[in-house]
Ligand binder design. Structure first.
Ligand code: NAD
Length: 495
């Protein structure tokens, strides 16, 4: 299907032909350990495709294809790899509307976001790594006279990537772009809820000239396909984004199999600290709403704990209520602002249970209601909880939905203590007009990214990842190459 689609997204969705088969060794395959499973859209409950349910034998076939493709792809040279990846980026741009529509239907995100953020973001990251491919240099360390040592960065071999459903295309590209640019081959497992955009990307990659076997997409459940990759003896590295609970099983699997290298981007419970000396409280509230509710709050680095200094607490709460209204759910295909659907009705049930707990133990300051749109009840209002004891689970556990919690504090030390009182350490934000305080607090927060006078800042050039139980390894920036390469020393004795 060629783009450009018209802006009548709903009728385009009605006529979209979707292929749910896995992609292995350069082609679509209907193979499956089990019968295919229907996948439906959280937008309106429509049937989307029969998704191939791969089994461990299919994983073996995909890993073998990646292994066969590795010698040629790793030796073709960085400039050639750059060329293919740039060609893929150009093809994605040509098919941007189609990819955005698939992403919206599969995940429930508003089409306004998939067309302006998810797809352009994935393309931009792909280009960034394509361009970085031939700009890496090795090292010539000091060694005794009579010798030269070269330190080169070598690809690891066959990389597996297991990714979640909240940013299906973007997070897949965060993994595949540096892995392929560095000369590895890949077997990617998308989340079972959101496999369609990445399957299409793999097809486009083949069209762009990526050799067979270099990028394989195996669909199916985490327990079957994810676990088979994690235990595989011929997978050299595994890059994961998902929950802390699954991260633990991957560490165990690596230990029990071949010690494959892991990079883990796990969960988060990030704080947004607003000091009374914030220059523009309304701007801070607008960003706080974005940090808490964007993508229906299904963001690993969502700033879902909002800590506000007591002097401005009430004023800020009122400003936040106004800003949050912009995240009320709307029909994702209508092209309006606002939020879309959560990933599924069952996930909305889970999130709603947190609201029930919050209401019982504290209060619901705004939101809290389920909405039905076009027959789907996967929609939830942006919600703010408050009045909860400091040790309440709502302050510490990841809710992964449009539910934030407001907590007052008095002193800088108290704010830092509260913010650090979780097992996670992915992100944090600080609002203040006091430069010294900004540096002091940023220095004390245990988080992979601290945003000052903004929320949840990230870009291609800056590393993204966590401290503590948010995992290890970094996506984005040149640091991501560390997940997919190993330094190799070649020592040449000549004297
Ligand atoms: P999840 O951990 O349940 O699933 C993530 C992926 O792992 C999916 O592809 C799933 O099929 C697979 N999987 C599930 N069980 C598996 C197993 N036993 N072995 C191997 N693979 C398995 O997470 P989710 O519910 O899809 O996503 C939400 C979670 O992801 C949240 O905790 C969120 O914070 C986290 N997340 C983190 C980041 C980050 O960069 N740190 C980004 C997005 C999401």
């Amino acid at each position: 299907m060629n783009t450009t689609l018209s802006l009548d997204w709903r009728s385009q969705a009605d006529s979209l032909v979707i292929d749910g088969r896995a992609f292995v060794d350069g082609r679509r395959v209907a193979a499956g350990g089990q019968p295919p499973r229907p996948t439906v859209s959280p937008v309106d409950g429509r049937f989307l495709a029969e998704l191939t349910a791969c089994g461990s034998a299919d994983v073996d076939v995909a890993v073998a294809a990646a292994r066969r493709a590795f010698p040629a792809w790793s030796r073709v040279g960085a400039e050639a790899r750059k060329g293919v990846l740039l060609a893929l980026a150009a093809l994605m741009e040509r098919h941007a509307d189609e990819l955005a529509l698939l992403e919206t239907l599969d995940s429930g995100k508003p089409i306004l976001q998939t067309t302006t953020v998810d797809v352009p973001g994935a393309i931009s990251t792909l280009r960034w790594y394509a361009e970085a491919a031939d700009k890496q240099a090795g090292e010539l360390p000091a060694v005794p006279p009579g010798a030269t040592a070269l330190v080169t960065r070598e690809p690891l071999g066959v990389v597996a990537a297991i990714v979640p459903w909240n940013f299906p295309l973007e997070i897949a590209v965060w993994k595949l772009a540096p892995a392929l640019a560095a000369g590895n081959t890949l077997v990617l497992k998308p989340a079972e809820q959101t496999s369609l955009s990445v399957l299409r990307l793999a097809e486009l990659a083949a069209e762009a000239g990526l050799p067979d076997g270099v990028l394989n997409v195996v669909t199916g459940s985490g327990r079957e396909v994810g676990a088979a990759l994690a235990h595989h003896m011929d997978v050299d590295a595994l890059a994961f984004t998902g929950s802390t609970a699954v991260s633990r099983t991957l560490l165990e699997a690596s230990g029990r199999s071949n010690l494959k290298r892991l990079s883990l981007e796990a969960g988060g419970k990030s704080s947004n600290i607003v000091f009374a000396d914030t220059e523009d409280l309304a701007a801070a509230a607008a960003k706080a709403a974005f940090g808490a509710y964007y993508n229906q709050g299904q963001v690993c680095s969502a700033n879902s704990r909002i800590l506000v200094q007591r002097e401005v607490h009430d004023e800020f709460a009122a400003l936040l209520a106004t800003a949050a209204a912009g995240y009320a759910p709307e029909d994702p295909l209508a092209g309006l602002g606002g939020n879309g659907a959560l990933i599924s009705s069952t996930h909305a049930d889970d999130v709603e249970r947190w609201i029930v707990r919050g209401r019982a133990d504290g209060e619901v300051l705004f939101g809290g209601e389920r909405r039905e749109i076009r027959g789907s009840d996967a929609y939830l209002e942006p919600t703010l909880l408050g009045g909860l004891p400091a040790d309440h689970d709502v302050h510490r556990e990841e809710i992964f939905g449009p539910v934030a919690v407001l907590q007052p504090f008095d002193t800088e030390a108290e704010a830092v203590r509260l913010a650090n009182a979780t097992d996670y350490g992915l992100a944090a934000s600080v609002w203040t007009s006091n430069l010294s305080r900004a540096h002091r607090v940023a220095g004390e927060l245990l988080a992979g990214t601290v945003s000052v006078n903004t929320v949840d800042a990230l870009g291609n050039t800056t590393p993204f990842g966590g401290f503590k139980q948010s995992g290890f390894g970094r996506d984005l920036s040149l640091h991501a190459f560390d997940n997919y390469t190993a330094p190799k020393t070649t020592w040449i004795q000549f004297g």
